[in-house]
Design a protein around this ligand. Structure first.
Ligand code: TEU
Length: 523
């Protein structure tokens, strides 16, 4: 692996295809809608895209219930459009990651249809089947995500056995203890690697290592979805090494953007040690999601502890961190912060200046909030519609969508549209563009060290350094202005509120403001 593979320097932008842009007129975002807006993403300055699933699916979990891993659902387009998207993104210097869903398939996947057809079918053991417990109920006490009152098991009347599903009954878990499952899923990776994708985001990849005994949960996790704590390294790490070998075998193969392929694992664990174990000192995942910022309040002191704790675990084994504020599963961070745009701007400055690979979620660069979706209009079984509202591209009418979108618009869709914010140099969109530009221009921000600086409560300050290149970030979540004297003379390179660019830093940090500082001599 080269000393600085692209994915250590990159800013990766998540697209939830259904909600990005509709070109076909059916009100659901599609691949043509993404292709149509690649120039905007190049203008913004992102380095890679991660597309949530685009495969054939009954859409019980909006694509995370895959019925054919090697075909594009007609809602999104077809394989030719997928090839065109990869080619046109590469032509703009943008890499493409697809979502790899290893832990489960759709109940309508041919593998499960065969498995369910007979206890003797060769595919039967590709899934997790167990006889009922002595009382006739589910084999153990595991509960499913989305509905903690529902067991993670469904009885198949035909065979009298239960099958496991850590998510919906429409999403039966594959059994990765069966070699044929591992082989089949590696074929899926090769199918897309051959088409030139640059890597994968691996959905709940920590769940594929399962002890066949399927032990009951420890008492302190009773009635809690295992997604948040399931970790069986003895079975998981060998599987991750296998995935790594398959992906690395395609490094530097012929594509417009030669270089490493990579896997970023969605490891929904909260324990830094467990997450780092999945990197396995370079033999496992290239990257893993760290959801600490996504789960923390708008609080400089919490962020400081989070950063210090993470680097104490990651740095000794050179595990390269990731950082993320929002995704398609959680309320958008601006909504989490009470709707205050100033807070979202501060968080964006933090996200794009920390040591590690930042992930953006489409729409955060516009300062979008969650769309209000009434319970009786909810479509998602996980209650996540609000953060999946359609992206407004221009003011008025259908806002750049060919059809009427599948979900309500987010608040202020005209003022928050791409076209309006592109014309407003003080917009959130321009803040993201400036931060991405500053990051790209600074080896310190892309790959430098991070040193936390002394600061009063409510203020976070850190220095990034790489050889001669240095930056300092200071931010405040405090309610009152704070003075923070710094060694040396510094100037504002980027301010979260857009004010004072190029001005000397006088040591004053105002509430809900973040400053990216460059040495005065360099400014
Ligand atoms: O998410 C796993 C996961 O942790 C979420 O289900 C989370 O627990 C829940 O959304 C909290 O609200 C991945 C995908 O990101 C998610 O969209 C899928 O629904 C899920 O796996 C199953 O594939």
């Amino acid at each position: 692996m080269s000393p600085t593979p692209w994915w250590r320097d990159a800013v990766i932008y998540q697209i939830y295809p259904r909600s990005f842009c509709d070109d076909s007129g059916d009100g659901v975002g599609d691949l043509a809608g993404i292709i149509r807006n690649l120039d905007h993403l190049a203008w913004l300055g992102v380095d890679a895209l991660w597309l949530s699933p685009i495969y054939r699916s009954p859409m019980a979990d909006f694509g995370y219930d895959v019925a054919d891993h090697c075909d594009v659902d007609p809602l999104f387009g077809d394989l030719a459009l997928a090839d065109q998207l990869i080619e046109e993104a590469h032509a703009r210097g943008i890499r493409v990651l697809l979502d790899f869903v290893p832990n489960h398939t759709s109940a309508e996947h041919p593998w499960f249809v065969a498995a369910r057809s007979s206890v003797d079918d060769p595919h039967r053991d590709w899934y997790v089947w167990r006889d009922p417990a002595a009382d006739g109920g589910p084999p153990n006490a595991w509960v499913a995500a989305f509905d903690r009152d529902a067991p993670a098991w469904t009885l198949d009347a035909e065979s009298g056995q239960y099958y496991l599903h850590l998510f919906l009954p429409e999403q039966p878990d594959l059994d990765w203890n069966h070699p044929a499952v591992e082989l089949a899923q590696h074929d899926v990776l090769r199918f897309w690697l051959e088409r030139g994708v640059d890597g994968f985001r691996a959905d709940v990849v920590h769940l594929i290592g399962k002890d066949p005994a399927l032990p009951d949960d420890p008492r302190d996790h009773a009635r809690e979805s295992r997604v948040g704590f399931h970790f069986e390294p003895d079975r998981l790490l060998p599987l991750l090494r296998g995935l790594r070998r398959t992906v690395d075998a395609y490094d530097h193969t012929d594509t417009a953007l030669p270089g490493e392929r990579m896997i970023v694992g969605e490891v929904n664990l909260a324990d830094d040690e467990q997450i780092v174990a999945c990197y396995d000192e370079g033999r496992g995942l290239h990257l893993a999601f760290n959801f600490a910022l996504l789960r923390s309040p708008f609080d400089a002191d919490v962020w400081r502890r989070t950063i210090a704790d993470l680097h104490a675990v990651y740095d000794p084994v050179d595990a390269w961190p990731t950082w993320v504020l929002s995704n398609h599963d959680e309320p958008r961070h601006r909504t989490r912060y009470g709707g205050r745009e100033s807070r979202a701007r501060v968080a964006a400055t933090l996200l794009l200046t920390l040591r590690g690979t930042p992930f953006l979620y489409a729409g955060e660069e516009l300062g979008l909030e969650d769309a209000p979706v009434d319970a009786d209009e909810a479509l998602d079984p996980g209650g996540r519609d609000g953060c999946r509202a359609p992206i407004p591209w221009q003011p008025g009418g259908r806002r750049g969508w060919a059809g009427i979108p599948w979900l309500p618009w987010p608040p202020d869709p005209d003022d928050r549209s791409v076209a309006v914010e592109r014309d407003d140099r003080d917009s959130v969109l321009w803040l993201y563009r400036r931060l991405l530009e500053a990051r790209r221009a600074s080896p310190a921000l892309r790959r430098g060290s991070l040193r936390l600086l002394d600061a009063p409560s409510g203020v976070l300050a850190y220095e990034r350094a790489c050889e001669e290149d240095r930056r300092v970030v200071v931010l405040s979540t405090a309610a009152e202005p704070v003075t923070l004297p710094l060694e040396g003379a510094w100037r504002l390179e980027v301010a979260s509120d857009g004010r004072g660019r190029g001005m000397p830093f006088d040591g004053l940090i105002e509430p809900e403001r973040a400053l990216l500082l460059v040495p005065a001599a360099d400014a």
